[in-house]
Write a protein that binds this ligand. Sequence first.
Ligand code: FAD
Length: 319
Amino acid sequence: MNVLVFIDHVDGHIKKASLEAASYGAQLAQKAGGTAEAIALGNLTEDLATLGKYGIQKVHQVKNDALNTIDAQVYTKVIEQAVQQTGAKVVVFSNNSTGKLVAPRLSVRLKAGLVAGAVALPDTTNGFVVRKNVFSGKAFANVSINTDIKIISLNVNAFTISATGGTAEVVPFNATVDAPKVKVIDTTKASGKVSLTEADIVVSAGRGLKGPENWKMVEDLADSLGAALACSRPVADAHWRPHNEHVGQTGVAIAPNLYIAIGISGAIQHLAGVNRSKVIVVVNKDPEAPFFKAADYGIVGDAFEVVPKMLEAVKKVKA
Ligand code: FAD
């Protein structure tokens, strides 16, 4: 059962989510007895041979300026050609913004079953059963795919990257590339120094901070931890912070290793976007705040006293 992994990139660098997908695809190929190959579109500055470290044997690269802009229809047709030419039976995406655009389209074109939001390797002992998150991460569903070609999009941070060494063979892939219908007119860099969806640590704050003028201490804490910034929805609605920082059911869904929530009540709509975080630390002055039920560590206290102490402690550890 040959596996083809789609490699996503930003600013010429392979996204961490794609390294997770590569590790997943390689382990699946090993388990099911097939090859693990990858497809990368556009001009990357990072050496694709490094994907060998994650178990990828061969990388097909389509270097074409038209692919530097993500146009889902154009991407889908190129990946479809790669699936046909490599004879892959499983295609793995990361369930990130690009994966969410392309995987369903590819599923339609190839008449292939798709499981979006996978969290574990498929069980291949009796068919092909993939475990995925449902109800905003509150439950799991085991979904069986019985089409000839199968597509899996893997939840971000759901699978551990394993680097065992090795170098992948990088080969050019001659694909027919349509002219993109999407034209990028302007690009705005998201606020914050670290990308929210790629971050290992996220520091987030809510209405408990009283106003935008109090974010300096949150930014300082995020900077000291090398973390991305996030916020609750009312904070973005009130224009205290930009909307691209809003996490939750109607915002960005994240799954960092560490999520620090300051002055956020923990409403179900907020939790829906953050409850896949590995460790959750909550700072709230109300001991009855619902967020404490979802927390691994809770600090009952006033954010204006606790956050400066956290910052001091981080600086001490780093010194
Ligand atoms: P509040 O609920 O006002 O909570 C503030 C918290 O700060 C309180 O727990 C309080 O005890 C604490 N606090 C106050 N002062 C301090 C202090 N000095 N120190 C420490 N703690 C303090 N919300 C989202 O976040 N994301 C979403 O995607 C989202 N989608 C939604 C979709 C729908 C359809 C609906 C209806 C709502 C959605 N919401 C979403 C809103 C959600 O229901 C909550 O209203 C929101 O998450 C509350 O934000 P908050 O915790 O910042 O504010």
